[in-house]
Design a protein around this ligand. Structure first.
Ligand SMILES: NC(=O)C1=CN([C@@H]2O[C@H](COP(=O)(O)OP(=O)(O)OC[C@H]3O[C@@H](n4cnc5c(N)ncnc54)[C@H](OP(=O)(O)O)[C@@H]3O)[C@@H](O)[C@H]2O)C=CC1
Ligand SMILES: O=C(O)CCCC(=O)O
Length: 492
């Protein structure tokens, strides 16, 4: 086990755990093996986590299953009190949680702190929402009968989460699950497990009974097969790539699990001639460069109408050149490193492919002089729709500009993808606003807005971007079953 105290000074070092949390106990892998987590800004080790396999995963599932009846039997109000305490503890420990997140994920400290608040907001929101799991009464279809509908927790959930939002993707899943009366097993990304483990420390402090929150780490194949194949798990919630989502769906099929899949995107960001250009540039900066371009709702294709193309490109260039690249712990940095060398290679490949096809580099376009996983914030102009970056998520700090002439062409280009998570457009004509919003094939539409994420609104995609919704009052339904009670012999 590494001594991280020198490189990661925390006010409360107990939040940094190099062990897993199963049934209320901090444990190692049966084999004693560990995985090393590296800081993407420096390549230095942050710490080690257990390399758990199928047997330990099964124990975590069994612990969640054993804890479920008592957790489900609690009043929603009493579960809410524990969740509110967890929210309060996350906010009170935001500096430490942010330091852990920046060390393992790389995002600037201010952004990590923002994510901690965002993560806590799901716990707070669902603490309240859990009290409003209402049923229904349906007018009878025959004399002497009553029809009642009630909602019940689905049981044990498994949450497999990505590295780009190490805390918020945990709480956006566990918040509604726990509030609904479910217990769960969390399996965070191997690159960013320490945020999830710190949340488990706080959940325990908040009074969550043993077995309600379990966190395991280890090779994805082994842990994933048990989480998807074990019949005690009734719900799988996943955020990550579409390819892995497809595999997990197939693995869940034999035991017919309920699933939520928040998968890849390929968001269009359309700027029409009638847009407020300064607002559009600001929105593009927020949407594109948040988390160094590594979010599934990041603008991936910026479509700009002919009449404002040059002006928009010039304003965007100025804004992008003001970004500061560096380790997330450095003062004033707005762009951290990419998560690993593979991510940098993918960005390089996309940029090389686009320029080979005739795209022009407006700014950036290469690895940053800092080396390692740093890449220059980039704008490319005149990218043709045949480019790889039109078809695939680049997941990096590259804004490719595509030119279009008419509204119909913009909508056609925007929808020309198997993905449908987020789409954005800037326009002022109210008729166009409704036409375009209704024509875009996406689960989330930002209209004159570059930041669409909030705990109060439903987050999720259509087409190959996924299934189900997270956040908002819709989010809790994903953890509930509907039960219909048919009562006969009432008399009237
Ligand atoms: N929708 C989104 O928010 C995200 C989209 N992506 C997209 O996916 C691309 C690749 O990123 P990547 O990190 O590889 O995403 P993945 O989909 O591979 O990883 C997401 C999570 O799934 C786990 N996982 C991977 N394979 C399996 C498996 N067979 N069974 C069970 N769990 C599994 C990973 O574990 P482990 O960490 O051990 O590999 C991680 O916890 C990105 O470039 C981006 O385009 C990536 C992350 C988030
Ligand atoms: O899948 C992602 O990229 C995480 C969602 C980010 C957000 O909530 O805005």
């Amino acid at each position: 086990m590494l001594d991280a105290t020198a490189t990661l000074p925390l006010k409360d070092p107990e939040l940094f755990r190099q062990a897993n949390f199963i049934d209320g106990k901090w444990v190692k892998a049966d084999s004693g093996k560990t995985l090393t987590v590296r800081n993407p800004a420096t390549g230095e080790p942050v710490g080690e986590v257990p390399a758990m396999g199928a047997a330990e995963t099964r124990r975590a599932i069994e612990a969640a299953h054993a804890a479920q009846p008592a957790w489900r039997a609690m009043l929603a109000k009493d579960r809410a009190a524990i969740l509110r305490k967890l929210n309060d503890l996350m906010l009170a420990n935001a500096d430490d949680l942010a330091a852990i997140m920046t060390a393992e994920q790389g995002k600037p400290l201010a952004e990590s702190k923002g994510e901690v608040a965002y993560a806590a907001s799901f716990i707070e929101w669902f603490a309240e929402e859990g009290k409003r799991v209402y049923g229904d009464t349906i007018p009878q279809n025959a004399k002497g009968r009553r029809i009642i509908v009630q909602k019940e927790p689905i049981g044990v959930f498994a949450a497999i989460t990505p590295w780009n939002f190490p805390a918020a993707m945990i709480t956006r899943k566990t918040g509604p699950g726990w509030a609904a009366g479910c217990t769960g097993v969390i399996r965070p990304a191997s690159q960013t497990p320490f945020s999830a483990l710190a949340i488990a420390v706080l959940a325990e402090r908040a009074g969550m009974p043993p077995g309600v929150c379990n966190v395991i780490t280890g090779p994805s194949g082994e842990t994933g097969k048990e989480l998807t194949g074990n019949p005690l798990v009734r719900k799988l919630t996943f955020t990550g790539s579409t390819d892995v989502g497809r595999t997990l769906l197939a693995q869940c099929a034999p035991t017919i699990k309920k699933t939520s899949m928040e998968l890849g995107g390929n968001a269009p960001f359309i700027v029409f001639d009638d847009a407020d250009l300064d607002a559009a540039v600001q929105g593009a900066m927020q949407s594109k460069y948040r988390n160094t371009g590594q979010t599934c709702v990041c603008a991936n294709r910026i479509l700009v109408q002919d009449g404002v193309y040059d002006a928009f490109a010039a304003k965007l260039k100025t804004a992008v050149e003001a970004l500061k690249v560096g380790p997330g712990t450095e003062e004033g940095v707005t762009q951290g490193p990419l998560i690993n060398a593979d991510a940098v290679a993918k960005v390089e490949e996309h940029v090389a492919d686009a320029t080979k096809r005739g795209a022009k580099v407006v700014t950036g376009g290469k690895r940053h002089s800092r080396g390692g996983n740093f890449y220059e914030p980039t704008v490319l102009a005149d990218v043709p729709p045949e480019a790889m970056m039109f078809r695939e998520e680049t997941f990096g700090p590259v804004a490719p500009l595509f030119r279009f002439k008419t509204e119909e062409e913009a909508v056609r280009l925007a929808n020309d993808t198997p993905f449908g998570l987020a789409a954005y457009f800037y326009a002022r004509d109210v008729g166009r606003i409704f036409r375009v919003a209704e024509a875009l094939e996406a689960g989330i539409i930002g209209i004159n807005e570059g930041l669409i994420s909030t705990e109060v609104a439903p987050f999720g995609g259509v087409k190959e971007s996924g299934l189900g919704r997270e956040g908002s009052h819709y989010g809790i339904d994903e953890y509930l079953e509907v039960k219909y009670l048919a009562l006969g012999g009432i008399g009237t």
